[in-house]
Design a protein around this ligand. Structure first.
Ligand SMILES: Cc1cc2nc3c(=O)[nH]c(=O)nc-3n(C[C@H](O)[C@H](O)[C@H](O)COP(=O)(O)O)c2cc1C
Length: 170
């Protein structure tokens, strides 16, 4: 599968099989994060692989009761170890860096035949408590990972000419 195929095939998966993820596959997905680019190559990140059933149940509560979070065999939690740095463009580096790393992992997971769902609906404070994450660390992203037990149709997207312009904003 090439990158474009993985981009096209990825779906948000909210139903998972009770099948464990092979160690080799997980390692490859984590490697995709390790080699992802970051602003000034600072790599101010840590990733927590949550396998533990009890902790995954607690993450359901943290994620506004989204049950599939407990059903997926793994949730990967992206942590920022430096969350103050603002790039010259005015954006916080950590949100951009972590989003890139998670995107790379999600695409690699797709290539390996695994399903994922990006999570934004969660209480950061509760996640930090469950996973013993220190106060100064931010948690901008997390996603579920596992074998899909559903095959959702593509969700609608805007037409290309609605979102692209050339040489000026239109
Ligand atoms: C930043 C972000 C946060 C999201 N948060 C959630 C979430 O908390 N729960 C959920 O079920 N889906 C979540 N999603 C998935 C989106 O709903 C989904 O990507 C979108 O509907 C398009 O569907 P697709 O991913 O299948 O193409 C999130 C996606 C992104 C990019």
């Amino acid at each position: 599968m090439d990158v474009f195929e993985a981009i096209g095939k990825r779906r948000s998966i909210r139903k998972y099989k009770n099948t464990l993820i092979e160690e080799q596959k997980l390692e490859k997905i984590l490697e995709a994060a390790r080699i992802a680019p970051s602003a000034a190559n600072r790599q101010e990140w840590k990733f927590i692989v949550v396998n533990d059933q009890e902790k995954r149940e607690k993450l359901v509560e943290a994620a506004n009761g989204q049950k599939f979070v407990g059903q997926a065999p793994v949730t990967i939690v992206g942590c920022s170890t430096e969350s103050e740095r603002v790039m010259p463009c005015g954006q916080f580096a950590y949100t951009v860096d972590l989003s890139i790393a998670i995107s790379f992992m999600i695409l690699e997971a797709t290539e390996l035949g695994l399903g994922t769902c990006w999570l934004g609906a969660y209480d950061e404070g509760v996640v930090k408590k469950v996973l013993e994450i220190p106060y100064e660390i931010r948690v901008p992203v997390m996603f579920t990972l596992g074998y899909a037990d559903e095959d959702p149709s593509p969700r609608p997207r805007k037409d290309i000419d609605e979102i692209i312009s050339f040489d000026k904003f239109e």
